[in-house]
Design a protein around this ligand. Structure first.
Ligand SMILES: NC(=O)c1ccc[n+]([C@@H]2O[C@H](COP(=O)([O-])OP(=O)(O)OC[C@H]3O[C@@H](n4cnc5c(N)ncnc54)[C@H](OP(=O)(O)O)[C@@H]3O)[C@@H](O)[C@H]2O)c1
Length: 331
């Protein structure tokens, strides 16, 4: 089979190469998936780039997200799954061989059914961004009637968080962006108001957008970098669910101001979702997919041989939407 591979970390175009690899065999508890579309995310790019240290395996096929059709099953897996359309999660987490290949064998539970209403490209958008958005938004209970702030509202995670907050009955959904096309994108995703976090008094603008109430929940892309603003707009008993803090990786926590406002900081790592939370996320997502209720913006979709471009896009701040790799047609 053809697979995009790297055996050392470095720039995408330099280290990612197409290779002939043996087709995997599904082991006990696994399914063999014919991959139609692979999804690249910043996390896949960081591992390949070496941001997280040396390559964790001698040979790596990148990408955690993807979608395709089950072709065979290992011992203990219901053969009725053969032929099922699926979307994949955690396919490159703690494993050498991810989705940027003709085939992948992985534990059966990591292949979630893909509703007929959803395309493979849509299925390949979900594993990291949509499950992260779902967890950040809903881990602490429903948001019906609540005011929600989504920072980085034009990001892959942010765009899903906006849509899910609206679908879940939030009162007001405010997004922050750096303006321009990103502001328009966040509005297009359903945000009630967009605030430019780089200009003027962002906290004041967020408060104004909630008629002075502030927000109950924050889905946070940059915890440390935004804390000066978010602590001014978070209500008492409010919750920040943070999935990133790249700009300020070791922020100082204002413990007593947050404690006296009884606020909560929740850290989210999509790779380590508790099983019941992951099951809830998959059920909710598949319900929305079946109803055609979610949009899945795509920034670029390239052939497998040009998969390095999807990784480069994940490193660029200009990308709006998913970075997808077409692996096979007619799956
Ligand atoms: N913990 C987890 O489980 C988890 C899951 C998914 C992603 N992540 C991480 O989260 C980050 C975002 O992922 P993604 O796929 O959504 O990336 P993305 O599509 O590139 O979106 C990130 C967005 O955040 C915006 N942004 C950056 N700094 C900001 C700030 N201070 N305030 C508001 N917006 C800001 C960026 O635009 P501007 O710079 O123009 O503002 C961009 O639109 C990555 O570092 C990724 O590795 C973590």
């Amino acid at each position: 089979m053809q697979a995009l591979c790297y055996d050392h970390t470095g720039p995408a175009q330099e280290v990612l190469n197409l290779r002939d690899r043996p087709k995997p065999q599904p082991q006990a508890g696994e399914v063999l998936v014919r991959v139609a579309v692979s999804g690249a995310n910043p996390s896949d790019a960081k591992t390949r780039q070496g941001t997280r240290g040396p390559a964790p395996f001698p040979l790596i096929i990148p990408n955690s997200d993807g979608a395709g059709r089950i072709e065979a099953v290992g011992k203990g897996v219901d053969p009725a799954r053969i032929g099922e359309r699926v979307w994949l999660w955690n396919a490159a987490f703690g494993r050498p061989f991810g989705t940027a290949a003709d085939y992948i064998a992985l534990p059966s539970e990591q292949a979630a059914p893909l509703p007929d209403a959803a395309t493979y490209a849509e299925g390949a958008c979900l594993g990291i961004p949509a499950l992260t958005a779902h967890r950040c938004l809903l881990a602490d209970g429903p948001v019906t009637g609540l005011d929600v702030l989504v920072t980085g509202g034009a990001g892959a995670v942010g765009a899903y968080a906006i849509q899910m907050a609206k679908l879940s009955g939030a009162r007001r959904v405010i997004a922050t962006t750096s303006g321009g096309a990103k502001a328009e994108h966040a509005l297009d995703m359903g945000a009630d108001a967009v605030v430019n976090y780089r200009k003027g008094d962002a906290a004041q603008a967020i408060l104004a957008a909630t008629e002075g109430r502030g927000v109950d929940r924050i889905v946070e892309v940059e915890f440390g970098g935004n804390l000066e603003v978010t602590r001014k707009v978070l209500k008492q008993n409010g919750i920040i669910a943070a999935y990133g803090s790249m700009g300020d990786p070791e922020p100082q926590l204002p413990f007593y101001p947050m404690m006296f406002a009884a606020q909560t900081l929740r850290m989210v790592l999509v790779y380590l979702l508790p099983p019941e939370a992951r099951a809830q996320g998959i059920t909710a997502l598949n319900g929305w997919l079946a109803a055609g209720a979610l949009r899945h913006p795509v920034a670029l979709q390239v052939p497998l041989a040009e998969g390095w471009r999807a990784h480069e896009a994940c490193e660029s701040n200009d990308r709006i939407g998913a970075a997808l790799i077409d692996v096979a047609e007619g799956v």
